[in-house]
Design a protein around this ligand. Structure first.
Ligand code: ASP
Length: 456
């Protein structure tokens, strides 16, 4: 049994949903389907989830012009329903649900989550009705009925372990089951959404729960690329990746697959295949537990911007017991999480995402480090980009760091930070964001363009 997830672009309009129908029809093992909310139909379009977030905000502030927020959502849904030629009673039901929410006394968080979930919930209903119209036995299954039990968390709902046993029962149901992605229910029955892009998480949870033979994740690219195509023209495709490699890549800017979505599939050892709804015959990218080592162990180069580093130096830091703890305690007390913390003998750098910091918080942290830790130097650097070169077996490969640093040098990019020690599967470089495109192109040439790769 396969669990198949279709992303926002795959359910963006009726034409896309028809492709989804054909993909489901083509393989009788595709039994459990998880869907996103309708995404962008073109570059300038707005995702339904974003429309719903605006609607949610308007509802929370009791905006008198609430109708003007409901209309764009209903217009998107109507277009899909009419073009799929399915019963329009569903539109009436969605409208009733929206009105019920507006009249409810849910907390602001619950209200927002309930609005956000309407996108996925409606998609799942549209698809199940459409499959039925094709003569396929299909039914919509609500996440509560499916057994997706979560706890709330400011960073997005988290699945509870008991869900997996409950989900296994889905195997007993016959026909195709269509489950909305992105949300679950707490033990007390409240709806809670995962973090943005969280339908991938639902797909993975369901695949783990039913112990699927494969989790297919349909999106709008043929495969995962070795590097972001906005930086390099026609980058090579990745055929097979390990979970660990994918985790590193999706952490640092590869948006093809949600980084939280790997864990459930990984825990159950379920292979994941990333495929393209617009080209379903392309083999896609497989994500597996183990793969045979290859000569070029680097599988991909990921990058992300929006980082700040705090540099702290103090003579004899290496001998001062508890220095690191005290530094991290300051971060903890100020409610800031950090991404990396490379260190030297007398110094340490803490790398933080900009989203974690405000100017005010920055000043407080710098001041506390200076006074409480009696540091010699404390400085802050903005506009950093992080580049991760990812691949199993990198640690054991001679000359790899040299190859990367030579490529960065050739691109006239100064390396502000290197971090190789901690991860078995990646090497990280911190550089000024301004040089990112040059850096990526040069690294890509060094690792993936054969002629160039040989000369380095
Ligand atoms: N619709 C949600 C979002 O836009 C979840 C998803 O598409 O996976 O974030």
């Amino acid at each position: 049994m396969k669990v198949v997830k279709f992303g926002g672009s795959s359910v963006a309009n009726a034409a896309q949903l028809k492709k989804v129908g054909a993909i489901i029809e083509a393989d009788s093992e595709r039994k459990i389907i998880v869907v996103s909310a309708p995404g962008k139909r073109n570059k300038n379009d707005v995702k339904v989830t974003d429309l719903l977030i605006e609607l949610g905000k308007a509802a929370i502030r009791k905006d008198k012009k609430i109708q003007s927020y409901i209309e764009p959502v209903m217009d998107r849904f109507s277009e899909i329903v009419y073009e799929l030629d399915i019963s329009d009673t569903i539109l009436h039901d969605i409208k009733t649900d929206i009105n019920k929410l507006l009249a409810s006394n849910l907390s602001d968080e619950e209200l927002m989550d309930s609005f956000k979930a309407i996108g996925e919930d409606s998609s799942a209903k549209f698809l199940s009705f459409y499959l039925q119209s094709l003569g396929i036995t299909a039914q919509y299954i609500n996440p509560k009925e499916a057994g997706i039990i979560v706890r709330t968390d400011p960073a997005g709902a988290q699945i509870l372990p008991e869900s997996f046993t409950k989900l296994y029962d889905l195997r007993k149901k016959s026909g195709v089951l269509v489950i909305p992605g992105f949300f679950g229910f707490t033990k007390s029955g409240n709806l809670a959404t995962f973090s943005r892009g969280g339908s991938d998480i639902t797909g993975s949870i369901v695949a783990a729960g039913v112990k699927a033979s494969l989790y297919e994740n349909f999106t709008d690219v043929d495969s995962v690329f070795t590097v972001n195509p906005t930086f390099v023209d026609n980058p090579k495709e990745i055929k097979t990746l390990t979970y660990r490699e994918m985790r590193e890549l999706s952490y640092s800017g590869f948006s093809v697959f949600h980084d939280e979505a790997l864990i459930p599939a990984f825990n159950e050892g379920i292979p994941v295949c990333i495929k393209n709804t617009n080209n379903p015959d392309a083999p896609g990218t497989m994500i597996v537990a183990e793969k045979t080592p290859s000569y070029n162990c680097v599988v991909g180069i990921a990058s992300d911007t929006g980082f700040t580093s705090i540099y702290v130096s103090k003579y004899l830091m290496n001998r001062e017991i508890g220095f690191g703890r005290k530094l991290f305690q300051i971060m903890e007390e100020e409610g800031v999480s950090f991404e990396h913390a490379p260190s030297g003998i007398d110094d340490m750098t803490v790398i933080i995402r900009d989203t974690q910091l405000s100017k005010e918080k920055e000043d407080i942290i710098l001041n506390r480090i200076k006074t409480e830790l009696k540091a010699d130097t404390v400085s802050i650097h903005h506009d950093l980009a992080m580049i991760a070169i990812v691949g199993e077996g990198m640690k054991e490969t001679i000359g790899l760091a040299q190859k990367a640093t030579t490529a960065l040098g050739e691109a006239l990019v100064n390396i502000e930070m290197i971090n190789q020690g901690s991860s078995e599967v990646s090497m990280m470089f911190g550089i000024q964001a301004e040089g990112l495109k040059r850096a990526i192109q040069s690294l890509y040439d060094a690792f993936f363009v054969e002629d160039k790769a040989k000369t380095l």
